[in-house]
Write a protein that binds this ligand. Structure first.
Ligand code: 6PG
Length: 250
């Protein structure tokens, strides 16, 4: 896979964001998987290993399924890959809502990634302490800045577990935090804006008709956004975020 094979589908959207837009779901998914592999290969080539933050959501799940199949599963040195998470629900790893469980069962547990490289967010108990410990564990591994952060976007503009009008939006110091989400009546653990925006590459996968309205709202405003959608704040001039969508955005 060459840089050209992924770069030619990416266009600059504005100073903080790039966009890759495709006419069909299949094309967008294929590109997302190729881009994932390419980003991981580059990190391993340049730094000897790769830290990827995984997300929940339907599109990441489809990507994990593809990664566990040929030709993708044969194109990465999995012994150099470290998996961490962008966010996690306050449930044990066996729970159907667990983002860890979803990623593993979708196919990542079939890849030869050393078990010590799989860094689950423990959000089911002592969530504040575990959020702090997670940040420190990654610091001890010199994981910051992460190489790739996978993200989705909700119809309310949330990304990772940074929901509108929740405390994590105002966290400007920590890289990982606990966040109470009133709309779900539950706690989440999440990477903060700092962690996401310092990463080498943040990617927001927004697939399906239900995402079109929020993507238009978030991408069409280029300066300050009066509605404060968290997804709007992903991407900086020095670390442009990549949005991948499965419709043609003119
Ligand atoms: C989660 C997430 C969340 C998700 C969006 C989009 O744990 O649910 O990480 O931020 O990515 O809600 O999810 P969909 O793509 O499935 O709509």
């Amino acid at each position: 896979m060459t840089r050209h094979s992924v770069d030619s589908d990416i266009r600059s959207w504005d100073a903080r964001r790039n966009l890759a837009a495709f006419a069909t779901h299949e094309e967008a998914l294929q590109f997302s998987t190729r881009h994932w592999i390419w980003t991981v290969q580059q990190a391993i080539q340049q730094r000897g290993r790769c830290f990827v933050a995984l997300s929940g959501g339907a599109t990441p799940k489809a990507i994990y399924q593809r990664l566990a199949q040929s030709p993708y599963m044969d194109s990465v040195d999995w012994s150099k890959v470290f998996l961490c998470w962008s966010d996690e629900r306050a449930v044990p790893p066996t729970h159907p809502d667990s983002n860890y469980r979803m990623a593993m069962e979708a196919g990542l547990n079939q890849l030869p990634i050393p078990p010590t490289h799989i860094l689950r967010m423990e959000a089911e108990s002592s969530i504040h302490e575990h959020a702090h410990a997670y940040e420190e564990t990654l610091r001890a591994l010199s994981a910051w800045p992460l190489d790739l952060v996978m993200l989705g976007v909700g119809e309310d503009g949330h990304t990772a577990s940074l929901f509108p009008a929740t405390s994590a939006i105002h966290e400007h110091t920590a890289l990982v935090t606990a966040n109470f989400v009133p709309m779900h009546h539950s706690w989440r653990m999440t990477l903060t804006f700092n962690a996401i925006n310092m990463s080498r590459q943040a990617v927001i996968y927004a697939f399906g008709a239900s995402k079109q309205a929020i993507v238009h709202e978030v991408l069409e405003v280029k300066g300050h956004h009066e509605k404060n959608y968290p997804a709007f704040d992903i991407g900086t001039i020095s670390h442009k975020a990549l949005w991948i969508i499965d419709w043609l955005f003119s």
